[in-house]
Ligand binder design. Structure first.
Ligand code: DAH
Length: 344
């Protein structure tokens, strides 16, 4: 028996020496290592041997298997190396060709704008508070001083759920109440937070309006916060986001949760204020709502409005991105068209 194992080994290795191509190598592998190959034959004889010889025989066959497998691998590597040498020598492979650039992902344009916004507010001492997307009607409206018959409560604007009073937030402002209650320590501590997140509105989807979009809300509460703080702080923000020479203006407005309320415009960065299609020939672009937090809202957040005051603002990063890049259709943001996304 030992002789035949040895004989197989001799012939197999000798034949392997002569193998010159991948096809020949495959034939050799089938003959010796394959499911019906010679190694298998040797293995099959195990059962017919006397019990005392089996162990030694099995070990010898296994050793043969190892020897043939590593000889095969070595031959395969040698053939591949030879093929490559030949290709290089014949000029079939040009190793001076530059490699193809590797495709890398990048942040979505909305996230790029969001992160720039976070950075600027972080430098001014505002921390991020992540409030919930699924809200209750009270926090989204009532606690923010929306009168019961306010039009924003209409079915058109709000996604209701089948559960009574549970809705998708229509704006990030309910986070004002939640963050005041979380960080204000029952109205004893000043606070500065920004509240970024997705908002949802039950609206007709057009090039100007989507059913989902981000907002970044911000509030600052302290013992002596005034309108001049809001104006100065927001001016710093705008200059860092759009450039040091950007002009801005504050326009009187109305929101239920602020008093007084203002809308904030920046000088159109597309035409520099001369008037163009993007700014609808006004020279100005509206980028945020803001105001002094209404006493009722402070109270609902746990603060005594005779001691504490604060300012609030809210803006839409998609709108800002849209304006910055003169993008004409807000639906691009969620359509996931690579041709759009790759431009940022
Ligand atoms: N919540 C408002 C909206 O969705 C935006 C807003 C306006 C937020 C004024 C504010 C603010 O904090 O002071 O239209």
């Amino acid at each position: 028996m030992a002789e035949s194992i040895d004989a197989v080994k001799q012939t197999a290795l000798a034949e392997l020496e002569g193998v010159q191509s991948a096809a020949e190598l495959q034939t050799w592998k089938t003959r010796y290592l394959g499911g019906k190959g010679q190694l298998k034959d040797l293995m099959n004889r195990l059962g017919s041997l006397p019990a005392e010889e089996r162990k030694a025989y099995g070990q010898q066959v296994n050793a043969l298997k190892d020897a043939l497998t590593s000889a095969y691998e070595a031959r395969e590597a040698a053939l591949e190396a030879a093929a490559l040498d030949q290709a290089l020598a014949s000029g079939a492979v040009d190793i001076t060709l530059p490699a193809r650039p590797r495709q890398r992902g990048h942040l979505h344009p909305s996230n790029q704008t969001l992160r720039r916004i976070y950075d600027i507010w972080a430098d001014m001492g505002f921390q991020v508070f992540l409030s919930r997307d699924v809200e209750d009607d009270d926090t989204n409206f009532t606690l923010l001083n929306f009168p019961p018959d306010h039009p924003a409560r209409d079915m058109q604007d709000t996604f209701y759920t089948t559960e009574h009073g549970v809705i998708l937030r229509t704006h990030t402002s309910p986070g004002q109440i939640r963050s005041m209650r979380a960080y204000g320590e029952n109205g004893t501590q000043p606070m500065r937070v920004i509240l970024p997140g997705m908002c949802y509105r039950f609206e007709q989807i057009t090039h100007r309006s989507e059913v989902q979009f981000h907002q970044v809300e911000g509030i600052a509460i302290g013992r002596n916060i005034r309108m001049s703080d809001l104006k100065g702080t927001f001016e710093q923000f705008v200059k860092r986001l759009f450039g040091a020479n950007t002009a801005l203006r504050f326009r009187a407005s109305y929101f239920p949760f602020t008093e007084p309320s203002m809308e904030i415009d920046v000088e159109c960065f597309v035409c520099g204020g001369k008037g163009c299609r993007i700014c609808k020939h006004t020279g100005w672009l509206e980028i945020a709502g803001s105001g002094m937090i209404h006493p009722n809202v402070l109270r609902n957040g746990g603060y005594d409005p005779s001691v504490w005051s604060g300012f609030a603002f809210g803006m839409g990063p998609e709108r800002i991105t849209l304006l910055r890049h003169a993008i004409e259709d807000i639906r691009y943001f969620w359509a996931n068209d690579q041709r759009f996304l790759h431009q940022f």
